[in-house]
Write a protein that binds this ligand. Structure first.
Ligand code: PLP
Length: 366
């Protein structure tokens, strides 16, 4: 039986094969592989696309978050408020700085941090908030910015799953102080390996990240601070420049696919994602269902791939259990972790494939 994949990067490659191959060949022939014209052109183009002054390419989305926190001066003894319902990198970046992640529960319908619960967690040690635009859907930025302003906190948007998502007609990433993006291959704007980018309007922060990404150095072999090796490759930047031209079209195809799913599934006893216009790019299409394990088994037996994003809230992970959170502290995050399941979603997914997925879902939940 032919399996319907969760994501199919080969289909995307075949749709732009010639442009990608040409762009890679150009880099191979140039002999310049690290921080050259392709990276600086991508930085210019991403800054323009997001509508910010600066973009700085780095080695991964995790590094984009880590270097952003360092550039805000966050370190030992500080606290950073974030969501427990995210990929672990969001929390790890905080830990790398010696700071403590403080988890605030999510809104069960948006899967994003619940702004009404943030202020209760602000202490004298709090220095920043990291909202995650989970699954590609924008966090409630106005409310988050208002709280940040009141307590003099930095806002670092984790945009790893949401390239091109809009919040009130502005691209996310440019709304807080800093936006951190991932170019992990399966992201909606993905490289052919690891990569990331930081965007900001703050010149001081941009300068600091440029130094941090290359061993604390502005001038070759002269090192002002202890930095990192976190550079974006020329080959990845060249590939991303080809893909950046397509991102709006691909995001629109994702929205169309989500809308087909929503129409076909709307009568079933499952929780569907929001229809939210340009505020959602459906990096994944995630539903909630009570008997998830049986459901996943049924999908798999019927040729449908699926995934759980993510099965364990961060504070329940072995790595963070020492922080001592209980399920009763973060009930929505635990509920989501127990019930979410992502169905196949990518721009090139065909209507017939979505119909087949929905037929199987309907057979499980008549
Ligand atoms: C929400 C979130 N934050 C951060 C990251 C880290 O990005 P990367 O894998 O590029 O380091 C990811 C993706 O993997 C993510 O989904």
């Amino acid at each position: 039986m032919q399996q319907i994949p969760l994501v199919d990067l080969k289909r995307q490659y075949s749709s732009i094969e010639k442009e990608i191959d040409d762009s890679v060949k150009k880099v191979l022939e140039s002999g310049q592989f690290i921080l050259g014209n392709e990276v600086s052109s991508l930085e210019r183009e991403v800054a323009e696309y997001i509508g910010v002054k600066h973009a700085i390419g780095v080695a991964s989305g995790t590094d984009a978050l880590h270097l952003s926190l360092l550039a805000c001066g966050i370190g030992e003894g500080d606290e950073v408020i974030t969501t427990p319902f995210t990929f672990i990198a969001t929390a790890e970046a905080i830990s790398y700085c010696g700071a403590k992640p403080v988890f605030v529960d999510i809104d069960i319908n948006s899967y994003n941090i619940d702004p009404s619960k943030i202020e209760g967690k602000v202490t004298k040690k709090t220095k920043a908030i990291i909202p995650v635009h989970m699954y590609g859907y924008t966090a409630e930025m106005d409310k988050i910015l208002e709280i940040a302003k009141r307590h003099n906190l930095k806002v670092i948007e984790d945009c790893a799953q949401a390239f091109g998502t809009e919040y009130k007609s502005k691209k996310i990433g440019g709304i807080g102080d800093i936006g951190a993006f991932s170019f992990f291959p399966s992201k909606n704007l993905g490289a052919f390996g690891d990569g990331g980018i930081v965007v900001t309007n703050n010149e001081g922060i941009a300068d600091k990240i440029k130094i941090l990404r290359v061993h604390g150095s502005k001038q070759k072999y002269i090192h002002q601070i202890v930095g990192y090796n976190s550079r974006l490759d020329e080959i990845q930047a060249a590939i991303l420049r080809v893909k950046l031209k397509k991102i709006d079209e691909w995001n629109e195809m994702r929205r169309k696919n989500a809308s087909i799913y929503n129409n076909l599934l709307n009568k079933l006893p499952v929780q569907l994602p929001k229809e939210a216009g340009k505020s959602h790019i459906y990096h994944v299409y995630t539903i909630r269902i009570k008997n998830r394990d049986e459901f996943i088994k049924f999908l798999s037996e019927n040729g449908i791939s699926s995934a759980i994003h993510y099965p364990v809230p961060i504070p329940a992970q072995e790595a963070y259990k020492h922080l001592g959170y209980l399920e009763s502290d973060l009930p929505n995050s635990y509920k989501a972790a127990r019930e979410v399941v992502s169905l196949p979603m990518f721009p090139e997914l065909k209507r017939e494939e979505i119909e087949k997925v929905c037929d199987v879902v309907k057979r499980f939940t008549p």
